[in-house]
Write a protein that binds this ligand. Structure first.
Ligand SMILES: [Zn+2]
Ligand SMILES: [Zn+2]
Length: 287
């Protein structure tokens, strides 16, 4: 069975996330290691890092993914934003090293008024810069960067599989990289996932452009918007425009039998909604 999990809040400190993850019945979790909407963050202290690792173990969470801040945009048409973004990415990577997190999920970025080809170059250069810096500060502990498929909103990069393929090629030999495949984003970008046939056609396209073996983690989210709407609105599993059959196809794909699959569906005050979305996913696994 795939390893199922959810994006979990770090309210009160990162070390509080594993217990919340357990309450939501997670095998794995995803966290922000700092506020996702602020550039600045207090330094992590070593006690928090030690407690985080101990809590992962005691609450039975086998793996934690980090998700980078939404502010980072390595291919902004504003050079100040690009500089700030690569510095912020290096900080995110350092925090992963400190917390012992092996994977950092990030969005490729939005090119604004710049050209898409130039944007791909900026992203590759920004990542190389951040990896170099992080490798100097934390040798041997640089996380693998997972580029997330995007909903192709406005000038967003990564809504098209070919762009992700180009990015991974450009980083070959420079950085450990892979893909985070978000079902809501892919569907919003125009790739159908609603039936077993549509799923396998989309995965064939992905395999040709990027390679299915490059997928390290799935974000399983249903989509509130229709196919190709280029809107990033997540919905509960089976309650959106993708529907249960699409998710049945993903969770039973033998290529991803041991792949982590993380939900980022709407949340309530408790873990009840995460729990029921995860229950629904697990119930789709063929006996
Ligand atoms: Zn994301
Ligand atoms: Zn996602």
């Amino acid at each position: 069975m795939p390893l199922f999990g959810a994006h979990i809040s770090i309210a009160g400190g990162v070390d509080k996330a594993p217990e919340r993850g357990r309450r939501a019945t997670c095998d794995v979790i995803q966290i922000f290691t700092k506020s996702n909407v602020q550039w600045a963050a207090a330094q992590l202290d070593s006690k928090t890092c030690t407690r985080f690792a101990a809590n992962l173990q005691s609450y039975g969470i086998s793996l934690a993914f980090a998700h980078a801040s939404y502010l980072i945009n390595l291919c902004s048409s504003d050079s100040n934003v690009r500089r700030r973004s690569r510095e912020a990415l290096a900080i995110e990577m350092s925090r992963c090293a400190q917390l012992g997190l092996p994977y950092l999920v990030m969005h490729p970025g939005s090119c604004g008024t710049g050209s898409r080809q130039q944007a791909l170059d900026h992203i590759i250069r920004g990542i190389k810069w951040a990896v170099d810096r992080s490798a100097t500060a934390y040798p041997g502990r640089v996380p693998t960067l997972l580029l997330e498929t995007t909903a192709a909103r406005a000038s967003e990069i990564g809504g098209c599989f070919a762009e992700l393929g180009e990015l991974l090629n450009g980083l070959k030999g420079w950085a450990d990289t892979g893909i985070c495949f978000d079902t809501c984003h892919v569907f919003a970008a125009g790739y159908d996932l609603r039936t077993a046939e549509a799923y396998s056609e989309t995965m064939e396209q992905f395999d040709r452009a990027v390679g299915c073996h490059r997928i390290f983690v799935f974000h399983l989210n249903d989509s509130a918007g229709p196919l190709g709407a280029r809107s990033d609105r997540h919905q509960h599993i089976g309650r959106g425009k993708i529907g249960l059959e699409g998710f049945r196809a993903v969770v039973n794909d033998t290529r991803f039998a041991t792949c982590p699959m993380i939900i980022e569906t709407p949340k309530g005050k408790t873990e009840a909604l995460d729990k029921s979305n995860l229950r629904r996913l697990r119930s789709l696994i063929a006996a």
